[in-house]
Ligand binder design. Sequence first.
Ligand SMILES: Nc1ncnc2c1ncn2[C@@H]1O[C@H](COP(=O)(O)OP(=O)(O)OP(=O)(O)O)[C@@H](O)[C@H]1O
Ligand SMILES: [Mg+2]
Length: 244
Amino acid sequence: MLSGKVLSVVSGKGGVGKSTVAANLAVSLSRQGNAVGLIDFDIYGSSIPSMLNISNGPKSMNNRIIPVESHGIKVMSMGFIVKNNDPVVWRGPMLGKVINHFIDDVIWGPLDYVVIDMPPGTGDVAMDVSRLIPSSHQLLVTTPHPTASHVAERAGKMAANQHNILGIIENMSYFQPPDYDAKYYIFGRGGSEKLATDLGTKIMAQLPLLAPEEDDFEPSIYKKGSLLFDKYEELANNVQDSTA
Ligand SMILES: Nc1ncnc2c1ncn2[C@@H]1O[C@H](COP(=O)(O)OP(=O)(O)OP(=O)(O)O)[C@@H](O)[C@H]1O
Ligand SMILES: [Mg+2]
């Protein structure tokens, strides 16, 4: 069984940074002393294993699964089941089974937070997960452009039916050159403010553009000393305050 507060990272659009946000938020929450699980439900484009450089899948014990431990967090990913990046064409019942399997048959142990990386959109997977984990807090990721936020709004409205929208994370908000105060709003401005007003929620973070320093150990996790490391620490604090 899953224990702990569930945080679902969602958006209406692909490529806005859900997986990056889910992985970095999970790692920051863990660094701040929480027991954290990270579930990657992105069937069609699972990216968490490569982001955390996990090469071995989970082991099983007495028909139950031991999640992979990485960066202090417990990880389960659709990528452990779908091999060689095969495109997945599962639908409905099959999908529901796998989702149940991740929730019921994994030895999670006691957790404070479960971060869920959702696939883009409001399709089957998002609906099934919403149904099976009804008490989750939604974190809506958008880029700053008003059009992007419009798409995120649709996902937010779906979420609002059964879930608590914890807030909005605006990703790729601006570019700030190192050692320089100026901010460049490359993808426009105002999207997250509009979304927050429309959905009656708050902005949890505005995260600048910055690619993580690539290395073999943790290719997508921001390192101490980078601006985004500090931003994710703030976000993790903010999430803890908002879910206390
Ligand atoms: N703040 C940022 N600055 C620079 N690059 C970023 C930022 N956030 C994410 N990226 C990059 O953008 C790309 C897309 O990010 P990511 O895979 O997290 O998005 P996603 O929403 O999960 O995509 P999908 O919908 O395909 O699952 C990745 O290459 C990631 O490294
Ligand atoms: Mg993703």
